[in-house]
Design a protein around this ligand. Sequence first.
Ligand code: ATP
Ligand code: MG
Length: 272
Amino acid sequence: MSSDSPPNPPSSRSGSNPRDLREVALPAGNRASPGPEPAAPPTGRTATSLPAIVARNVAFAFGTGELRRQILFDLSFEVASGEIVLLTGPSGSGKTTLLTLIGGLRRVESGELTVLSRPLHHALPADLVASRREIGFIFQQHNLLEFLTAWQNVELMFQLHPEVSADQVRDRTLELLTLVGLAERLHHHPSQLSGGQRQRVAIARALVTSPRLILADEPTAALDSQTGRDVVELLQWLARTNGCPILMVTHDHRVLDVADRILHIEDGRLQA
Ligand SMILES: Nc1ncnc2c1ncn2[C@@H]1O[C@H](COP(=O)(O)OP(=O)(O)OP(=O)(O)O)[C@@H](O)[C@H]1O
Ligand SMILES: [Mg+2]
């Protein structure tokens, strides 16, 4: 498959061929501030080639006192810019917990976690919010609002970006839904869409935040094999065309081949 066209269904796309996810999602002048540029590393690599995620000895426990239960132990890994990394492991092994730490939804207690050049260990709440604005989240349960149409579900996300004008919101919403192959389903409610189409709305919605990193938690779990494959190939196309790294939790052995790398976690520990 050519990396220049999104997989299935290309026929419903508009004439535009967005090359940069962040151009698709928000006009340049309206993007969330990426924060201060990190100093160039001694190797001479540019800032854009810095890893998207760097975890060093990350640990996490739920609860306190006698109820305290350690979930993640001494995790060290990196995800490079533009890489697709799958996270596999048995139920309860800590995959979602790890994703919530990387996504700034929980704070790392021990170890160091740097996401998009922002250290999240000991981060202030405002830093976590800033980090979340640069990440696109896609969950197993797509979390679409049932009483809103596909269009309205995507449009709603622009409320995070009040600086974007109404005209721009309209143009970008159309562009994103077209990008994911839903130009013919703009005004359908989730109940009128297939599982794969709903997941595509969820992907369009995740792109609104101009993500520099996509975190996906079992995005194909509720889908049949072909539809799951289509959704993963769409994510793969986004990663390849835009250099946007993706960390995806999956139990789905049928999609393992899209990965550049697979991390396997058991009982909160990464397996070699
Ligand atoms: N909010 C919470 N409070 C206390 N314990 C929790 C909480 N969330 C998760 N856990 C526990 O942490 C462990 C890891 O959960 P997590 O959801 O990260 O697993 P997972 O690998 O994503 O599993 P699955 O494949 O079933 O989604 C589990 O034992 C779970 O019961
Ligand atoms: Mg989980």
